[in-house]
Every structure is written in C-alpha cells, then in structure tokens.
Design a binder for this molecule. Structure first.
Ligand code: HEM
Length: 433
C-alpha cells in the first residue's frame, strides 16, 4: 500500500471511490494534514464526534459557502501557495462580479457560531416546522408518480436526471414558490454553484460559476420583493418575512441570496438527489435488499434510506476552524487551522459500525450515523430529506417489479468534488408491476 502522503482527494480514482483512502487514513493517520490544501482531515467516528461536539475549539466560521471555502483553504505546499497568490487577481474579479452585478455572498447558517447560530436556526426551525413537512407529503407522492409515468412504459430511464434530481428539486422549488417551468434553469444554477464548492475548478470556471450565481440572484430578487409585499404560506415566505428577535431585524438581501443557494436549493436538492441515486445502485447490486423492501416497505424503506446515507454520504465532509491550538492523536493543530470533518469516513469506521461497508436492514439505531452531521448543526432538512427518500422508494416498490443496469451504458463516474458525492448518470431498465 502506498504512503498516506500520496493520498489525494483531487485524484479521479479517489473521487470515484474514496473508501480505501479513508480506511488507510483511519488506520495510519487518523488526523492527517492534506499536503495539497493544508487542511487537517479527521476520519474516525469518535474523533469526528469530538470535533462536532466541541464548538468552542472547532468553530463554524469557515462555513461551507463556495466562495468562503476557497478563501479558507490555504495550501501548505509553497509551490501551490505561490500559484494561489497568482490567482489573487481572479479572486478580485470574482468579487467584482457580485459587487457590480449582484449581491456579495455572506456566511450562511452553517457558518455561524453561538449565539447567532441558535438565533437564526430558531427562525429557520419555524419555517421547517414538522407540520409543514407533513403537508408536503401528498405533493411528493404525486410528484414521484408523475415522474415515473414519464418512463415506466418505456421500461428505461436515466435515473439521476429523470427521477433522483427532480424529486427533491421540485419539492424545494414548491416550498420556495418557484414555478415548475423554471426548475430546469434553477438546476443549471445549482450545478454551477456545486462545481465551485467542489474545489476542483480552474479560476476561469470559478468566475463562470460566480456569474451563474449572480444570474440566480437576479432571478430571486423579485421573488423576495413580491413575498415582502404579499406573504405566502411557504418556507421561503417565512424566511423572507420573519424577524430574528435578537437581531431586531429580518434577513437582508445578501443573507437571503446566500441562504437560497447554500441551504435551500443546493443543501435541499443535490444531497437528497445523490442519495436517491445511490439507493438505486445498491438495490440493483444487492437484489436481496430489494426483496425485503418489497416485502415490508413501511419497515424497511426508512432503514434503507438511513443506510444509504451512511455508506454513500452525499456530504462526504465539511469544515471547521480551530479557535485555539489543539492536539489530536499526537498531531498539533494550530489555532486558525481548517479541519475537514469527513462524515462519510466516520460512517464506515469499523471501530464503530460492525460490517460498516454493508447496508444492513437489521442494523440497530440506523439513524445514529453522521451523514446528516451531529450536534447543533445537525441537518435542518433531514426530516424533509427522509420523506423525499421514503416516497422515492415507496413509489418504486408500488410500481416496479425489478430493475437492472442497461448493459454497457454506465461508466459509474462521480461528479468531481472535494466535499460532495454524487453519481453523474445511471441508465437503468425497469419491469413494471
Ligand atoms: C440526504 C440529504 C441530506 C444530507 C445527507 C444532508 C447533510 C447535511 C450535513 C452533513 C449537515 C451538517 C453540516 C455541518 O455540520 O457543518 C447539514 C446541514 C444542513 N442542511 Fe442538510 N442534508 C440533506 C438534506 C437537506 C435538505 C433537504 C435541506 C433543506 C431543504 C438541508 C438543509 C440544511 C441546512 C440549512 C443545514 C445547516 C444547519 C446548521 O448549520 O444549523 N439539508 N446537512
């Protein structure tokens, strides 16, 4: 086996399947300074838990918004650092795009620490209240059926674009009050945003992504203004109009635009879409899972959904910033360092999960994984994601007898990203019931 120094999350092989690299890091360097980014990567379950629960030492100020993350990631390698300095000009150009044509982005909920985090999160919790999520159920059920109507007779589809992506995208779009006809355009904007977050773009591509984000801002601004004049019973209307009592004000345009992309359209759709896609791969590869889902969907779909998020987490890792010097496993992490918390590695840590690489429908406490994070920043959208995954697979069970990969049509390539994981395409054949 090669040394841990040779591991690179930018390597296309590792991007395709990061799990052997995670295992090696867990065994040989559980706190590993990535030579390319300078970040300290934490991969064991117990260590991730420790980092996530100690908010005083491991702060969220670095956030996960694309632009902020780029600035925070400072390569330790001097050559790389020099190259980054040469790119400072690009940074300036990118900033100009927001300043001159749109709204500069700011840290979102995920980038806040106490007390502001709890104050904003309380307001969001009203918007994400359980009764509102429950009200969406009939819409999601109908949507999954409508999407399936479009390909079931043909017996073939590209599962990612025709089903996995639109289920959460249209659902969040409905909650945002965006017309269905505009959703394909929104998807293009979220794709551009996600590419930037992936940290694998050239400067030209980053500029392109910034321009796309500004296009999205120009689209959303009149929606905010309309909702201020005429509030509606939607999540977005609440977010636009509710005051945060401790702040004595509502969110401003910059905050709203940043939230729209990071927390609602990307946080709310890319993630769940990737889980619905990963679930299909698992069901085809392991037909015994499919049999059990069909036998007792009410019992097994929820456990299956949790297990898919555990073993193929759409959010592989996110960031924290140290507020003081700290030492873990003998590695000194200076104050101001960026720590990459690798949720997806912790979720496959054999020290914590027996037969961690396998989906197990009998697993006890199946919700106790790190795929939605842990502690105060635990995913706000988890209840919604769980309902979307439930309906995505329930409609599949109701209407489909069996599925298989279309022979020779799949290359099982994943989108290039340092943080997220999602398969690009999945061509499948289905036999209807
Ligand atoms: C399978 C689907 C999903 C996965 C795997 C996922 C994963 C995560 C993770 C790992 C975090 C923790 C971030 C951290 O600790 O820094 C998080 C936070 C968050 N997620 Fe999700 N998410 C999913 C779906 C959603 C949905 C559907 C929405 C919204 C509609 C959403 C909105 C958020 C928000 C707003 C936060 C920030 C919470 C905070 O910082 O207090 N997510 N998510």
């Amino acid at each position: 086996m090669s040394s841990t120094e040779e591991i690179s999350f930018f390597d296309p092989e590792v991007n395709r399947c990061p799990y052997p690299a995670y295992k090696q890091l867990q065994d040989e360097a559980p706190v590993w300074q990535d030579p390319q980014t300078g970040m300290y990567v934490v991969t064991r379950y117990d260590d991730i838990r420790e980092v996530l629960m100690d908010r005083e030492t491991f702060t969220n100020r670095v956030g996960s918004a694309a632009g902020m993350t780029e600035k925070a990631v400072r390569p330790s390698n001097p050559e790389e650092a020099a190259r980054m300095d040469a790119e400072a000009e690009w940074e300036r150009k990118i900033k100009q795009v927001y300043v001159e044509e749109g709204w500069e982005t700011v840290g979102t909920l995920d980038a806040l620490d106490p007390p502001e985090h709890g104050q904003l999160r309380s307001m969001f919790q009203v918007a994400f209240r359980p009764s509102r999520i429950a009200e969406l159920d009939p819409y999601v059920e109908q949507l999954t059926n409508k999407l399936m109507d479009a390909f079931i007779e043909k017996g073939r589809c590209e599962w990612v674009a025709e089903y996995a992506v639109p289920v959460p995208l249209y659902t969040i779009g409905k909650q945002m009050g965006v017309p269905e006809a505009d959703m394909p355009q929104i998807k293009k904007w979220t794709d551009a945003w996600v590419q930037r977050l992936g940290l694998m773009q050239t400067p030209e591509e980053r500029l392109w992504s910034a321009k796309k984000e500004v296009e999205a801002q120009q689209y959303f601004q009149p929606i905010f203004e309309r909702l201020r004049q005429h509030p509606e019973d939607t999540l977005l209307s609440d977010v636009v109009n509710k005051e945060i009592p401790e702040w004595g004000r509502k969110l401003n345009d910059n905050e709203l635009h940043s939230e729209m992309m990071a927390d609602f359209f990307v946080g709310g759709s890319e993630t769940t879409a990737n889980s619905i896609a990963a679930g299909m791969v698992a069901l085809i590869e392991r037909p015994e899972l499919w049999e059990r889902l069909c036998e007792d969907p009410e019992k097994y779909i929820p456990i299956f959904s949790e297990e898919v998020i555990r073993i193929e987490g759409p959010v592989q890792g996110l960031l924290r910033e140290t507020s003081k010097d700290v030492e873990m496993h003998g590695v000194k992490i200076p104050a101001g360092s960026i720590v990459n918390v690798r949720f997806a590695a912790g979720n496959r840590d054999e020290r914590h999960f027996p037969h961690a690489d396998q989906i197990d429908l009998d697993r006890q406490h199946s919700k106790a994984h790190l795929g939605f994070g842990l502690g105060e920043h635990f995913c706000l959208g988890a209840p919604l994601a769980r309902r979307e995954m439930y309906w995505a697979f329930k409609t599949l069970v109701n209407r489909v007898e069996s599925m298989r990969f279309v022979e020779g049509a799949n290359d099982f390539e994943f989108n290039a990203s340092y943080f997220l994981r999602g398969i690009k395409e999945l061509h499948i054949e289905l036999t209807p019931r």
